[in-house]
Design a protein around this ligand. Structure first.
Ligand code: ZN
Length: 128
């Protein structure tokens, strides 16, 4: 076991670290290398990010959150103003793109921070 694994780190909020794209253990090092690609390890504390696999989690939450917001707004606009269809396309397509792309990275960071905090990982059989 290396010295860095023996260090004690305070428990950090997954929201504070994950949504800012920071390491879930130290809260300092960047989590991402690019837009959604993870760094292999934290440059600040050395935490190995190989445990991190958010899978389709961020996309599912984004579909639910953005869908709720956009469908709700589209219904309000439709029943209030009765605009032509091109107005709906002009309003909601850019909003869907901005919200979806804007939420991807914070939600992926949040799910990875939650995964780290709760030690969630793929199930496997114990060695005998
Ligand atoms: Zn770190």
């Amino acid at each position: 076991m290396s010295a860095e694994n023996q260090a004690v780190y305070p428990s950090l909020s997954p929201i504070a670290t994950g949504m800012r794209g920071r390491c879930p253990r130290c809260g300092e090092g960047p989590l991402f290398d690019g837009f959604l690609t993870l760094k292999p390890h934290c440059p600040a504390c050395g935490l190995d990010f190989s445990f991190a696999d958010s899978g389709d989690g961020p996309a599912v939450f984004i579909m639910m959150i953005v869908g709720f917001i956009v469908v709700g707004l589209a219904l309000v606009v439709e029943f209030t103003f009765h605009p032509p269809l091109w107005v709906h396309a002009l309003l909601w397509i850019p909003l869907v793109l901005v919200l979806s792309i804007g939420l991807l990275r914070p939600l992926k960071g949040l799910l990875i921070a939650q995964q780290y905090r709760h030690r969630a990982e793929t199930g496997r059989l114990e060695d005998t």
